[in-house]
Design a protein around this ligand. Structure first.
Ligand code: BGC
Length: 504
């Protein structure tokens, strides 16, 4: 370890002791942010668009999954959801009014190529929809940031070859889809994300089955190998598309590309236990470095994963490693989705199940002393823990040294179905304020480069397996009338960004 990195390790070590939040830790300080810092809000196609079979759109795995009997999505589907597809002008005008500078949205692959494959026809109506969306954003002075894949693979590709389970087929089809998007929108879009949250696609879609396509042991799928194959497919498909963008489009279009990784920060469950301190480290590697080491450092999976997973973890060929090495430096930023922090505990008593994916490490929101990681939102796992956010920003910067773009952050509050309760969303304002303070501290006190921020989400929407229960929006949506009503946090963000950037 170099002297610099060992000093760094010591510095983060000193900062890393967990202390429970006290009342004063929950006071937002409105700390400064750089003048160049940008902000906006994010959504994903399936969660907001609706119009699930309008104008030639093909079904995605989510259209199938939300219509299963018995329901695996709280009885809900997103056939209509916010109806963003038909109300896009109204929504973008509202964004403008709320002072947002950038909008992160995703393209529905099966809206632009209904069957998804490299030889399948393009749906011009789908291209026209996104074209109009982008033009309207630009007319409002809002910068588009486009995610190619936010969980909704065309159903036809899943039926043909299991989607992510067939690396070569998926990669070839994804390359064609990406080329179509770069060619159609790249003259106007300069910020691209290939995949949203590969960890969730792999583990939640192919191990515990809580998200589409819902593979899990009870369904009889191979949960021992599938998640790691899925991760492998995503990493290689990402690298290919980064290379395609760099070789064929970037010189002319002058845009940037990367991937979005999510992850909690982890504190040891028992701070005096070496095993738990190690567990917190290992958990970060299994969650984040799984993807970030190959993608951003151009190398194999973390050694601790190889050691524990053995042949379950696919091997990169020499040629694939060459691709990773060639493309890692082409990622312009680290796309970071972050919501909360947890405790990590090394289990020793129970033998791990055959499909163990954590090296037998358990996560929880309460530590060995009974202290909670922070106050709970309306999702029990999502707690206010801004200290963990700051530490994770440091961990990422220390390991990957790329400017960090916070591509999602936010929370649902209790009682928000009632619009009056929703508008007065003090819990969310505090959460957002404290997390922005953490960004400020990371920038000015720790020297981390953080360049922008997207709140999740622009508006309440279809929250995957939880249906319309939790509401993450800055704008309340009445799902009966589809009326939009901004919550106070939307105005808070507008003002706080103005103020924080003035002070810097
Ligand atoms: C996803 C969003 C989701 C949000 C809140 C993120 O993991 O990208 O689609 O709605 O978390 O659960």
């Amino acid at each position: 370890m170099s002297e610099e990195s060992s000093m760094w390790a010591q510095a983060t070590q000193t900062k890393s002791a967990f202390t429970p939040l006290t009342g004063s830790d929950l006071t937002v300080e409105n700390l400064p942010l750089p003048a160049s810092f940008t902000w906006g809000a994010a959504t994903a196609a399936y969660q907001v668009e609706g119009a699930s079979n309008a104008a030639g759109k093909g079904p995605s795995i989510w259209d199938t999954y939300t219509h299963l009997t018995p329901s695996r999505t709280n009885g809900a589907n997103a056939d209509v959801t916010c109806d963003h597809y038909h109300r896009v002008e109204e929504d973008l005008a509202l964004m403008k009014q709320l002072g947002m500078e950038t909008y992160r949205f995703s393209i529905s692959w099966s809206r632009v190529i209904p069957l998804g494959g490299r030889d399948d026809p393009v749906n011009e109506a789908g291209i026209a929809f996104y074209s109009r969306l982008i033009d309207t954003l630009l007319a409002h002075g809002i910068k588009p940031s486009v995610t190619l894949y936010h969980w909704d693979v065309p159903q036809a590709l899943y039926d043909r070859y299991g989607a992510f389970l067939n690396t070569n087929e998926f990669r070839a089809d994804f390359e064609r889809y990406a080329r179509l998007c770069f060619a159609s929108f790249g003259g106007r879009v300069t910020s691209w994300v290939t995949f949203n949250e590969p960890y969730i696609i792999s583990i939640f879609g192919h191990l515990n089955g809580s998200l589409a396509p819902g593979h899990c042991a009870e369904m009889g799928t191979d949960t021992v190998h599938e998640p790691w194959r899925v991760g492998h497919t995503i990493i290689l498909s990402h690298a290919s598309v980064v290379q395609i963008y760099a070789n064929e489009f970037q010189t002319k279009q002058k845009g940037e590309i990367s991937i979005v990784l999510n992850g909690h920060f982890y504190e040891p469950w028992d701070a005096s236990s070496e095993a738990d301190i190690e567990a917190a480290r290992v958990r970060l590697e299994f969650y984040i470095a799984w993807f970030a080491d190959p993608v951003y450092l151009g190398r194999d999976y973390p050694a601790v994963m190889r050691e524990h997973l053995g042949n379950r973890l696919p091997r990169f060929t020499e040629q694939e490693l060459e691709l990773l090495r060639a493309t890692c430096g082409m990622n312009a930023f680290y796309g970071m989705n972050h919501y909360s922090t947890k405790f990590a505990r090394q289990l020793t008593t129970t033998p791990p199940p055959a499909d163990d994916w954590t090296r037998n490490i358990e996560e929880s929101s309460v530590n060995s002393a009974g202290q909670q990681i922070g106050p709970a939102s309306s999702m029990p796992w999502l707690r206010i823990a801004p200290g963990g956010f700051r530490k994770l920003l440091n961990w990422i910067w220390d390991r990957y040294r790329l400017p960090i773009l916070v591509t999602e952050n936010g929370c649902p509050c209790p009682g928000e179905e009632d619009v009056d309760v929703a508008i007065d969303d003090r819990f969310r304002q505090r959460y957002l304020g404290l997390y922005l303070d953490s960004i400020s501290r990371a920038i000015y006190e720790d020297g981390v480069s953080v360049i922008g921020y997207y709140a999740w989400s622009l508006m309440d929407n279809f929250e995957w397996s939880s249906g319309y229960g939790p509401r993450y929006g800055l704008v309340h949506v009445d799902f009966e009338t589809l009326k939009r009503t901004p919550k106070n946090s939307a105005y808070y963000l507008k003002e706080t960004f103005q103020e924080r950037r003035k002070q810097a």
